[in-house]
Each structure stands twice: as structure tokens, then as C-alpha cells.
Design a protein around this ligand. Structure first.
Ligand code: KG4
Ligand code: ZN
Length: 344
């Protein structure tokens, strides 16, 4: 364990997809500022994230976003002890903007640089929300890029218990929403539409034969086939019912396997992380099932569910506190950084 001074202030930068974000976090837990510049309005025009457009907009936003993070925290660069930056996974052009900016800033100011895996950032969003939360616990990671059950053994050591074999759950929400013509990002839209619908359509069962692994590609195809079938017959498409039924199917699969793993491995705490952790039904259902077996169930504050730099500041702090190396100026983005690259 490294001996870090008290009130260790990290300026963190996140630009892996379509949000440009910067934050100042103290001692890995206290958020002094968290600025997020979203590009949703721009990408909505195209029905999804256009990588080239995303990186151009990061370039335009990043300087002001970082300045605002410092201003909101009432600090300047002299007060900062380290700069943390997401270097993967994500879109290469988007990551490149954050990494290049952070490297240049670190080089010019001699403030050390911490490389952060985006996935560990999502897990750390729970440390920001629950000041008393410490490993070990089970994390259901549900982002746009990943769906996995991860045993968080300590701040640096993780074990993947199960993961998706194809699409992530977030990706499947986005695709179903697109086919229904509802827009991007699909998760929040489907969640909203579900409230006006009924979950009366049975698309299929939970894949119990996959153990702790998930599959969302087949589920998404089942829904698309259902919609095409109705279209061919020139029947009305019950959009809200499709949303409610798909959401229920996806959520029940996630909850079923999370509870199964909780019981089998004897976890006392379950946390959710990633964009889909904002989903109301998932929160309600997991909480309810955890209560039945006397397990603590935690979700990140809504502002830390989707991509943000505060979670990167927290993950960065624990990386170096527990002995990981700072980055040198050779740091480059790794768009396909996986759950396994840093699991040891
Ligand atoms: O973690 P995130 O912000 O980005 C990645 O790291 O991928 O997750 C984005 C994903 C998108 O697929 C989006 O549709 C989904 O999170 N999402 C939701 C909700 N809010 C965002 N899915 C379901 N319900 C929500 N309320
Ligand atoms: Zn993310």
C-alpha cells in the first residue's frame, strides 16, 4: 500500500464514448466537481454514436470541461496531486482525445498520470455513493459495452464469474429501441415506455443452461422477429407492451443469475454498475430479491451510473493507493481493453 497524503486530489478525465467529462475527487470518495458534457443530442440525429463525430466533439469540449471541473472545485492545477484518465475500453478516437489531453497536461505540469480501465471506474461509482463500501462484494456490471458478474475481491483484484457471450444488455436495449424507431440511447426510452405498457408478451425463457453467462443477441432477435411478423401482417405494433415485455425479460435474466451467484458464493453485498444500473425495474427487482435472502443491495447515485469522470477519479485513487504504477508519456489508448487485462 502506497503512503498517500491526506486530501489527495485527483483531476480525472473520461472521454471513452460520447460524454466528455472531468472531475476532482478527494481521497477516492469525495467529489468536489463532476462536469459532464453530453453529445446525446448530436448522436440522436444519426440513431446512435458516430465515432468520428464523437471524437471531434470531444476535441471541442475537453478544454472547457476540464477548466470548469477545476473552477467548480474552487481549485487550480497547483492543488492537484494526480491526473487520472480512461485509456480503455472505448472508441479509439474518443479515448485518444482524453489520453492526449491528460498526457500533455501531465507533461507540462509534472503532475503524475494514472491510467484507468473504464470498467473499474463503473465499479468505483459505488465507492462514491457509499462511503463505507469496501470489497469484497459481487458486482453486476451492466454498461453499453459489458454485461458481467464480477467478484470484487479487493480494490485491485477481480474475478469474472460470468459474462455475456454476445451483446451487452445495454446494446440490446439500444438495438430494440432503434428497430421500434424510438431513438438513442435506448435504455432510458424503453424504461419510460414500459411504464405505459404491459409485460404481456412472452418472447422466450431465461437461459439457465448458460450458467452465469448471459446472451442478449438472441433475445434482441426474438423481439425484432416479432415486430417484423406483425409488420408483414399489417397489424399494429404494441410499442409500449414490447418495451415492457423486453425490459422484464432482460431484467429477470440479470436478477436470476445475480441471485444464483450471490447464494452459491455466499456474498453479503451485491452492487450494480454501468449505465443500465439506472434502470428502475432492475433496481426494484434486485433489491426485492436481495431482501428475501438478507443481502445488502446497492446502486450508484443516478449521476454516477452513466459515463462520468468522478468514477475514474475514484478508481484511479485506489489503483495507486494499492501499488499500481503511474503511467509515463508512452500511454496510449487501448480500445479493446477487457475485463481480463487487469484482472489478476
Ligand atoms: O455505462 P454507459 O454509460 O456506457 C458504457 O460504458 O457503455 O452505458 C450506456 C448504456 C446504454 O446502452 C444505455 O441505453 C443504457 O446504458 N442505459 C439504460 C438506462 N440509462 C442508460 N438502460 C436501461 N435503463 C436506463 N434507465
Ligand atoms: Zn461506461
Amino acid at each position: 500500500m502506497r503512503n498517500l497524503k491526506k486530501n489527495y486530489k485527483i483531476l480525472s478525465i473520461e472521454s471513452s464514448c460520447d460524454d466528455t467529462s472531468a472531475s476532482v475527487v478527494v481521497d477516492g470518495r469525495i467529489v468536489l466537481s463532476n462536469v459532464v458534457s453530453s453529445q446525446i443530442d448530436i448522436h440522436t440525429l444519426f440513431g446512435g454514436v458516430v465515432p468520428e463525430v464523437a471524437s471531434r466533439n470531444h476535441i471541442m469540449a475537453i478544454d472547457n470541461v476540464v477548466k470548469k471541473a477545476l473552477t467548480d472545485a474552487k481549485l487550480n492545477l497547483r492543488d492537484i496531486d494526480a491526473i487520472a484518465v480512461t485509456y480503455g475500453a472505448g472508441l479509439v478516437g474518443s479515448l485518444l482525445v482524453g489520453v492526449s489531453f491528460a498526457k500533455a497536461l501531465s507533461f507540462a505540469t509534472k503532475i503524475p498520470l494514472i491510467p484507468v480501465n473504464h470498467i473499474y471506474g463503473h465499479i468505483a461509482s459505488n465507492y462514491l455513493t457509499y462511503k463505507d463500501l469496501e470489497p469484497e462484494f459481487l458486482c453486476l456490471l451492466v454498461s453499453g459495452g459489458h454485461t458481467a458478474l464480477i467478484k470484487v475481491k479487493d480494490y485491485l483484484h477481480h474475478e469474472v464469474i460470468g459474462q455475456t457471450l454476445d451483446d451487452s444488455v445495454g446494446e440490446s436495449f439500444d438495438k430494440v429501441s432503434k428497430v421500434l424507431g424510438l431513438g438513442y440511447p435506448g435504455g432510458p426510452i424503453i424504461s419510460k415506455r414500459s411504464e405505459q405498457g404491459s409485460d404481456n408478451i412472452e418472447f422466450g425463457k431465461i437461459h439457465d443452461d448458460l450458467g452465469y453467462n448471459f446472451s442478449f443477441s438472441g433475445k434482441k432477435t426474438a423481439v425484432i422477429n416479432y415486430i417484423h411478423h406483425l409488420e408483414q401482417k399489417k397489424l399494429d405494433i404494441p410499442v409500449n407492451d414490447i418495451c415492457a415485455s423486453y425490459q422484464k425479460w432482460a431484467v429477470e435474466d440479470l436478477v436470476y443469475k445475480t441471485i444464483k451467484a450471490t447464494k452459491e458464493f455466499g456474498f453479503k453485498t451485491v452492487v450494480i454498475a454501468g449505465g443500465v444500473s439506472a434502470n428502475k425495474l432492475l433496481r426494484e427487482r434486485l433489491k426485492c430479491e436481495c431482501e428475501k435472502i438478507g443481502v445488502r443491495c446497492l446502486f450508484p447515485d443516478l449521476k454516477y451510473c452513466t459515463d462520468n469522470a468522478a468514477m475514474i477519479g475514484s478508481a484511479g485513487y485506489y489503483n495507486i493507493l494499492y501499488g499500481k504504477e503511474f503511467a509515463d508519456n508512452n500511454l496510449s489508448p487501448n480500445p479493446s481493453l477487457t475485463l481480463f487485462d487487469e484482472i489478476n
